[in-house]
Design a protein around this ligand. Structure first.
Ligand code: GAR
Length: 197
């Protein structure tokens, strides 16, 4: 049966677009909603333009009450009935309660070679550490931030003149290849890991 996919975004949504565009033809999943915590997320218009329902749950009125924010997210998700949730540049830390509710069904893309550089500013940290390669990871979401099982990675060489921005742009191109590949496999029940050079 075709899997229903919810995609959570906070920004431009380029990864969301790459997932959506792959979910056609014989793909085992289809997008059912794009949900943002920011009303001004550029990805919302891109989703609408592709005929995908969108919703916004602004985190700000909830202040530090993350469970209340997540209850509002769950209210939207319960109506969309996703089989899989893809975090795609969703920049809110999720509590154990939310993650446990969707455990085994939630994926994230992170712009580093996990377990290196969990959290923010991944490219700057890789450059400052003198690393010769960076990359991106798709992983299952668990209660530990950026700590779930890695399902796939792509490595990207760091050139001597790279800045955080130039490296981010190179890695993003690979994110757009990796995330659809992993989602396609995950939706068909394949959780084996892939490492690309
Ligand atoms: C991507 O680079 C993604 O890996 C990163 O945010 C960007 C979103 O771009 N995610 C994280 O840093 C999560 N911790 P997009 O909105 O164009 O897909």
């Amino acid at each position: 049966m075709t899997k229903r996919v919810a995609i959570l975004i906070s920004g431009g949504g380029s990864n969301m677009v790459s997932l959506v565009e792959d979910m056609a033809g014989d793909h085992p999943a289809r997008p059912v909603i794009v949900l943002s915590n920011r009303a001004d997320a550029g990805g919302l218009e891109k989703a609408k333009a592709r005929g995908i329902p969108t919703a916004v749950v602004d985190h700000r009125p909830f202040g530090s009450d993350r469970p209340a924010f997540e209850a509002a997210l769950n209210h939207v998700l319960d109506q969309a009935r996703p089989d899989i949730i893809c975090l795609a540049g969703f920049m809110r830390v999720l509590t154990e309660g939310f993650v446990t509710r969707w455990q085994g069904k939630m994926l994230n893309i992170h712009p580093s070679l996990l377990p290196k550089y969990k959290g923010l500013h991944t490219h700057q940290r890789a450059i400052e550490a003198g690393d010769t390669e960076a990359g991106c990871s798709v992983h299952e979401v668990t209660a530990e931030l950026d700590g779930g099982q890695v399902l796939g990675q792509v490595r990207v060489p760091i050139d001597p003149d790279d800045t955080a921005d130039s490296l981010a742009a190179k890695v993003l191109v690979q994110e757009h290849m990796l995330y659809p590949l992993i989602l396609r496999r995950f939706a068909s029940g394949d959780r084996s890991r892939i490492d690309l050079p």
